[in-house]
Design a protein around this ligand. Structure first.
Ligand SMILES: Cc1ncc(COP(=O)(O)O)c(C=O)c1O
Length: 358
């Protein structure tokens, strides 16, 4: 048993989740969102483990180039597009598809003689107020793109949902109505749904779906578990016990002495800390699994270690396996304890944690 923390990536679970997503969005093509190092799962290995998707999406040019350099041949969409002439040329050289969300990008394309080779996604801001043309500005941007010679390839249309995880669905319905009104007489394929849009209360539709979180087996809906949605956890963040000690009643554990033993306790010291991406904000009582049994975190998370109370678990010693999150301990539960979201925990797994494909 290795004493080092590692993230085991279950490629079978990844492919299973794609099929679950396909069943929820019948007929739609799947653009797998692998930005931010595939939400911490490893950009290249995740892309290579996903032969059953129709396209990949990344945020930054460098991510797309890296995928191409490692032999990924699937369509790759740059969700933020490009911002300079040089980046535009680079995107063309690596055959990356571009999101166009701003007039500056339209003018970059207008100035690029071989822009017609690029596949484009025009992004419409239907209420997120982050990226995209506002509905009233869409027509001018679209006509300008359409006027370019040689003519551009098919232009596709997309928007991003701000609150698709809200069971009430009001904002999603408003965004859909704005999207429909703005794009009514513009031809081309549509893409709207992120994970919450695929599984959420309001049917979203579109020719393409863009799942991120659900691919990795975490639930995008606060009121539904991944298990209920049929999703399987892809990352197992596991480590092991490096020391066991007896802490007499009344003594404290860790920095700041913020946990005190109310009885004579047995404490396992575990190789995982904020240097690995385990948030320092995890409070006393956060669940951890030691030897397959749930046990509470006690004391502050330090850089390389956490402490777990194992008084009630027999046979814990150096090398006993510990699960921080995975199929038997949903990352959503740990995120709730940390006051954050699973996205942040998954993306936050640090570089020193080896990613092992299983
Ligand atoms: C434009 C766009 N589409 C899709 C996604 C995937 O979202 P999720 O991980 O919630 O499925 C993201 C992620 O932030 C995004 O920015």
């Amino acid at each position: 048993m290795s004493r080092l923390i590692r993230a085991v990536i279950d490629s079978g679970a990844l492919r299973h989740n794609v099929e679950v997503i396909r069943a929820r969005a019948p007929g739609a093509r799947v653009m797998a969102v692998v930005k931010a190092n595939a939400y911490g799962h490893g950009l290249v290995q995740t892309a290579l483990a996903l032969p059953n998707v129709d396209a990949l999406a990344v945020a930054r040019l460098e991510e797309g180039v890296r995928l191409r350099e490692r032999g990924v041949r699937a369509p790759i969409v740059l969700l933020e597009g490009v911002f300079t002439r040089e980046q535009l040329r680079e995107a063309g050289r690596f055959e990356l598809e571009l999101v166009v969300h701003d007039a500056l990008q339209v003018e970059l394309l207008a100035a690029q003689p071989d822009a017609h080779r690029l596949a484009l996604w025009i992004k419409i801001d239907t209420g997120m107020n982050r990226l995209g043309f506002r509905p009233e500005a869409l027509r001018a941007a679209y006509e300008r793109l359409r006027s370019l010679r040689p003519p551009l390839r098919d232009m596709r249309l997309m928007t991003h949902l701000a609150a698709a995880d809200d069971p009430d669905g009001r904002m999603t319905r408003e965004q859909l109505a704005r999207f429909e009104a703005a794009t009514r007489d513009i031809p081309g394929e549509r893409s709207i749904a992120n994970s919450a849009g695929i599984f959420g209360a309001v049917p979203v539709g579109g020719h393409w779906v863009r799942p991120g979180l659900a691919l990795y087996g975490a639930s995008p809906l606060p009121q539904r578990t991944a298990h209920e949605l049929g999703l399987r956890s892809v990352m197992r963040l596991e480590t092991s016990v490096i020391a066991v000690r007896r802490v007499p009643r009344g003594e404290t554990v860790g920095y700041g002495a913020n946990w005190r033993a109310e009885r004579d306790a047995r404490i396992a010291i575990v190789a995982a800390g904020y240097g690995d991406g385990v948030p320092r904000s995890l409070p006393n009582g956060t669940p951890v699994r030691v030897a397959g049994r749930r046990a509470p975190l006690v004391g502050r998370v330090s850089m390389d270690m956490i402490a777990v109370e194992v008084t009630a678990i027999d046979g814990v010693g150096v090398g006993t396996p510990v699960l921080l999150w995975g199929e038997d301990l949903p990352v959503e539960a740990v995120a709730r304890a940390a006051g954050t979201i699973p996205y942040e925990l998954l993306c936050g797994v640090s570089e020193r944690v080896p990613l092992e494909l299983a």
